[in-house]
Design a protein around this ligand. Structure first.
Ligand code: SF4
Length: 248
C-alpha cells in the first residue's frame, strides 16, 4: 500500500521547498501521524524552527541514549524554550536490554552497531508504534556525505514508515542564511570544531578538508570497518546485530 503511495507523493510534493513540503505533510497528508526526529546536534535548530513555525505541537523525538555530551542536553532545553516546542519526547533504551547487553556501558567500543540498535533503533521503533507515527521528518542533506548524495525529499524506509527530508537539497549557504534570519543559537560544541554531534564517545572534532560527518565513529576506522550511520537511517542493522533484531 505505502509502496504504491510513495510515487504518488513524490510526484505531487517531491519538488516542494522545505516550508511548503512540511506544511502539507504536517497539516494534511500525515496530520497527527508525523513526528520530527532530531539529534539536537550541530545543525538541528533550523529544522526544529521551521517545524515549530508550522505547528509547535508536532511531536519531536530525541533519542536520549544516556551517552550525550552535557552541552547537548543543555541545548535541548535551550531550543525547547526558544522555539516553544510543546511535544518533546525523550526516547530512552529499554532498561532490561541495557542491563543485559551493556552492563558496563562500553558497548560503543566493542560493538557500536549493537549499541546503536539498543540505544537508538529499538527505542525509535517502539515510539513509532506507540504514537501511531506513519512519517518521520529528518534533517538529512545530500551534501553531508557520499551515502546521502541521492537522498529524495520523500522516501519509504524498510519498516514501511515514510521519511520526509525537507532539507535534502539545501546547501550549506542556504542553511546558514535561514538560520541567521531566525537568530538561532549554535550548539555550544560547534565553536570547538565538532561539526556533526552525536553521542560523546563516538564523536570527535572534524579536521580541515574532511566530510562534515568524518568525526563520527572515528574509532571504528582502525579496524577498517568505518561506521557512518547510527542505524536510524539505514536498513538491515537488525540483521547485522544478529540475535537482537527483535526485542526478546
Ligand atoms: Fe552507542 Fe556510540 Fe551509537 Fe551512541 S553513537 S548509541 S554511544 S555506538
Amino acid at each position: 500500500m505505502n509502496t504504491q503511495k510513495l510515487p504518488e507523493l513524490q510526484k505531487k510534493y517531491g519538488e516542494l521547498d522545505a516550508g511548503d513540503l512540511l506544511q502539507v505533510m504536517i497539516g494534511d497528508v500525515f496530520k497527527n501521524k508525523i513526528a520530527l526526529i532530531s539529534s539536537f546536534g550541530a545543525d538541528a535548530a533550523l529544522l526544529l524552527a521551521i517545524v515549530s513555525e508550522i505547528d509547535n505541537k508536532t511531536p519531536v523525538l530525541f533519542l536520549e541514549t544516556g551517552k550525550h555530551f552535557p552541552e547537548t542536553l543543555q541545548y535541548v532545553e535551550a531550543l525547547k524554550n526558544k522555539l516553544g516546542l510543546q511535544n518533546l519526547n525523550f526516547l530512552t533504551p529499554d532498561p532490561e536490554l541495557l542491563n543485559r547487553i551493556d552492563e558496563k556501558g562500553d558497548l560503543w567500543n566493542s560493538n557500536p552497531d549493537r549499541c546503536c540498535w539498543m540505544r537508538k533503533v529499538e527505542p525509535l521503533d517502539r515510539a513509532v508504534k506507540e504514537l501511531g507515527i506513519e512519517a518521520l521528518i529528518t534533517g538529512r542533506k545530500r551534501y553531508q556525505n557520499s551515502e546521502r548524495a541521492k537522498l529524495e525529499t520523500i522516501e519509504l524506509d524498510d519498516k514501511n514508515i515514510f521519511r520526509i527530508n525537507p532539507l535534502a537539497n539545501w546547501d550549506k549557504a542556504r542553511q546558514k542564511q535561514e538560520a541567521a534570519k531566525r537568530d538561532l543559537p549554535a550548539h555550544p560544541l560547534v565553536a570547538q570544531g565538532y561539526l556533526s554531534i552525536g553521542c560523546a564517545p563516538c564523536t570527535s572534532i572534524v579536521k580541515a578538508g574532511e566530510d562534515e560527518r568524518a568525526g563520527r565513529w572515528r574509532h571504528t576506522a582502525k579496524e577498517d570497518q568505518q561506521k557512518t550511520e547510527c542505524g536510524l537511517h539505514i536498513s538491515g542493522l537488525e540483521i547485522r546485530v544478529s540475535g537482537f533484531g527483535e526485542k526478546e
